[in-house]
Design a protein around this ligand. Structure first.
Ligand code: ASP
Ligand code: MG
Length: 802
């Protein structure tokens, strides 16, 4: 025998035909079944609200009529007079008395289930099924606690077993869940959602093979799929694991409900009336070794803040809190109290929050006067997230993930037995918080949400590289890279689930004007976590956006050097904001493109190694020009033109020749060593003759022959076996606040690392105290869109490890 239980949503006017189909197909299949139903649709809540109205002498008749109408809609010919008349009579009495007892309430609510058994029975009979409406009050005997009655096992079991002996074979008994009666035959109820309990009692008494609980969801999920799109259905779990879930919204799994099943080792399957193909979640006595984890949310709660400096060491404060709340029927779902006892946080139902404050203010009236209690207030709009199966020993992982995402829980607590940690967060942060925790715990994939600003050569290449590598990174490192925004100077393309290969065209079609605020708002509106903003613009003004981005939860990566080379005060301010917001800024490509330079210098510096000098050829274009010019017997202009034609220089080569770019790189390195130099402090040897500094680029290129004499003289004036190199040189006493920064053309022996440089390579010599005269040398391709984009990508991946 199988017990099938259908919930209110399944039995609603929209769902009931599916319920009948399910029952019919089981019968056709030859299954022996019995059915337990709860009230249809929202009936219990409606009846409760009508009752409330009646007792406060409000007009309830209209709502009652609406209730009747909707209950009769599917079976208009069925006679519901007994139930409807009963309701009318009871409500009239309540409205006269302006009050009702729990006994009356049970009688009122019970009508919902009584209507349900009639309806389902009628519909089954219409399909030729031998259905039998079974009023559980005749079978299930309980004690007298109206509203939360306890079944009396002996009699109930006997009644039920005997009843099923009489009505067996092809009869399908349709039993009212939730209700029973006491020994005086007065109607009682088992507590809200009690029809699950009825069903499991029935399964126990009848030694059923399985209890199939039909709901409107596919089963138990790792988190609410409405909140977390990555949530996965749990295929199978054990009763004890299910028990952990029970307190948190999964009321099918209430301990009371589970115990009768455990006793007889009966499987419970949670199924979806509206998706019959799904196998649902199976709950069995077998316990899985791993243990399951799940995240659940209570969002209809308020946090009470009870604060008092005079509470320290006072005895009985908690007792008084619970007593006063208890006497107002207010249940506390979480309490958290520091050992100083100065502040106590309590989580209660949101509807009860005001009442709770009133009750506490009343109870602590005297203490408030004497200022032993300073205040009692409500923090509204909070939610409780419970991580079930979470051990405190590993709690730092989800906790850190939250902090990384700027979500600071208001309060957290754990249970001592069982594994379960609960956090209270602001409601506006709930969605993001649940996703962050879920991603962390299930390692399904940590989602990294990236906004790319600037889609020029480097930006465009980076986007292509990311799109191409995303599947491999997901596979190897369980990191899901998601570019949710791409912006050029005019427009921005926004896409919650990430752009695809067609991003270029979509960006062109986008009608959203480029703005960083737009990107920040979008990230907020879609609760995106693990945010990274990438600046691949070469824009002077874009850096204004860094601070707002950081303040809104973005880590930063840039190939743009500006932020590190404007005033030292901005440099410092940005780092302060980063620290305050626990955010990171990486810019490995600012110097030496993809070469691991800044990271190396940082590491040396942070580990206390004394860096005494950094010297090298920092510019790929100037490397090419002087390497070639030194080696071959050609005029300077010829080499310069070759460099321009090969795209080694900027479109206007003077941007390279003026030395500013090298100077910026040098300044960035100096600042890595905590030096406070400004750009103005740098001595730059500008390679452009005065007369060409104000002309147009074309004019300069056309006349660059005029540079030949100047450079020829320098070349010829060198010592034997020496070559020319245009270098950046950081030297002096680097322990002071400022160092010496020179950018200049020098002549060096050709058999040194600097002198033997080839092609367009960059080279960096890092001199340190422990390495003495022997510098650490980093050398390689120091320019180019591919390597720069790779370097930016490297920074992004470095951030994902945080
Ligand atoms: N109809 C009752 C309620 O809504 C019992 C149940 O649905 O299980 O609480
Ligand atoms: Mg229900």
């Amino acid at each position: 025998m199988k017990v099938l239980k259908f919930g209110g949503k399944s039995l609603s006017n929209e769902g009931i035909s599916k319920v009948i189909d399910i029952i019919e197909s089981k019968i056709d299949n030859g299954d022996r079944i019995t059915v337990v139903v709860s009230a249809r649709g929202n009936a219990t809540n409606e009846l409760e609200s009508i009752l409330q109205k009646a007792s406060s002498s409000e007009v309830y008749q209209e709502q009652l009529e609406a209730f009747k109408l909707s209950q009769r809609q599917i079976t208009p010919l069925l006679d519901f007079n007994p139930e409807f008349n009963k309701l009318e009579k009871l409500l009239e009495g309540v409205s006269l008395l302006e009050d009702f007892s729990t006994k009356v309430k049970d009688e009122v609510l019970a009508q919902g289930e009584l209507i349900a058994i009639k309806t389902v029975t009628e519909l089954l009979q219409q399909r030729g099924i031998n259905a039998n409406a079974t009023d559980a009050r005749l079978l299930l005997k309980t004690d007298e606690s109206f509203g939360n009655a306890q079944p009396i096992e002996g009699v109930s079991k006997e009644n039920i077993v005997n009843y099923y002996k009489k009505h067996n074979g092809t009869t399908v008994n349709v039993v009212s869940g939730f209700i029973g009666s006491n020994l005086k035959n007065e109607t009682t109820t088992l507590g809200r959602n009690g029809s699950n309990y009825t069903a499991s009692l029935l399964a126990n008494y009848l030694d059923a093979d399985e209890l199939q609980n039909y709901t409107h969801v596919d089963g138990i999920f790792t988190a609410n799929p409405d909140l977390v799109s990555d949530a996965k259905k749990i295929e199978e779990l054990s009763f004890s694991e299910a028990n952990e879930l029970a307190n948190f919204g999964a009321n099918i799994l209430h301990a009371k409900t589970i115990i009768p099943l455990i006793e007889k080792n009966i499987n419970l399957r949670i199924l979806n009336t509206f998706n019959q193909k799904d196998e649902g979640t199976l709950i069995t006595a077998k316990s899985s070794a791993k243990g399951i984890k799940s995240i659940s949310v209570l969002d209809n709660v308020a946090l009470l803040n009870f604060e008092g400096r005079g509470l320290l060491g006072k005895v009985g404060v908690d007792a008084r809190i619970f007593k006063s709340l208890g006497s107002h029927d207010i249940s506390v779902s979480i309490i958290s109290q520091g050992s100083s006892e100065r502040g106590i946080g309590l989580v209660v139902d949101k509807e009860k929050a005001e009442l709770a404050v009133k009750a506490l203010k009343h109870e602590f009236e005297y203490d408030l006067k004497t200022k032993d209690v300073n205040h009692i207030s409500i923090v509204n709009d909070v939610a409780v997230i419970s991580i079930i199966g979470q051990d405190l020993s590993e709690f730092h992982l989800p906790y850190n993930a939250l902090i990384q995402n700027q979500i600071v829980p208001l309060l957290f607590n754990n249970t001592i037995t069982g594994k379960n940690v609960s956090l209270v967060v602001k409601k506006e942060e709930l969605h993001k918080a649940v996703n962050v925790i879920h991603g962390q715990i299930f390692g399904v994939a940590k989602k990294i949400n990236i906004a790319v600003f600037g889609k020029g050569l480097v930006g465009g290449t980076l986007i292509e590289q990311i799109i191409k590598s995303t599947p491999a990174i997901l596979d190897r490192r369980k990191i899901q890279l998601n570019i949710f925004a791409v912006a050029n100077s005019k427009k921005v393309l926004l896409s919650q689930h990430g752009i695809d290969e067609n991003w270029q065209a979509k960006l062109n079609e986008s009608s959203i004007e480029s703005s960083v605020d737009e990107v920040i708002d979008f990230a907020k509106a879609h609760h995106l976590e693990n945010l990274i903003a990438v600046d691949n613009t070469a824009n002077q003004d874009f850096i204004e956006n860094y601070i707002p981005l950081v303040e809104n939860g973005f880590d930063l990566v840039s190939s743009n050097k500006i932020a590190n080379t404007v005033s030292h005060s901005f440099y410092k301010k940005l780092r302060q904001v980063l620290e305050n917001n626990k955010k990171t800024y990486l810019y490995e490509t600012n110097v030496g493109a993809g070469l691991p330079l800044i990271d190396t210098i940082k590491l040396l510096h942070d580990s206390g190694e004394n860096i005494t000098r950094i010297r090298g050829v920092f510019s790929g274009s100037l490397s090419f020009i002087f390497n070639k010019y030194s080696e071959e017997n050609v005029p300077f202009a010829t080499v310069l033109k070759e460099a321009i034609e090969n795209g080694y220089t900027e479109p206007d080569p003077r941007e390279d020749l003026c030395g500013n770019d090298v100077a910026r790189k040098l300044l960035i390195l100096a600042r890595e060593l905590d030096l406070e130099n400004e750009f103005e402090d740098i001595h730059i040897e500008n390679l452009i003759p005065e007369e060409f500094r104000d002309s147009s680029a074309a004019e300069f290129i056309d006349n660059c022959d005029k540079l030949n004499d100047h450079f020829n003289k320098i070349k010829d004036g060198q010592e034997e076996n020496h070559v020319l190199r245009y270098i950046g040189d950081l030297h002096g006493d680097l322990q002071q606040t400022k160092g010496n920064l020179d950018v200049k053309l020098v002549s060096v022996p050709e058999n040194t690392p600097l002198g033997s440089l080839k092609g367009s390579d960059a080279i960096f010599e890092i001199y340190t105290e422990s390495y003495g005269n022997q510098p650490i040398v980093i050398q390689g391709a120091g320019a180019g869109a591919e390597v720069t984009a790779r370097g930016v990508f490297g920074d992004i991946l470095r951030l994902t490890k945080k």
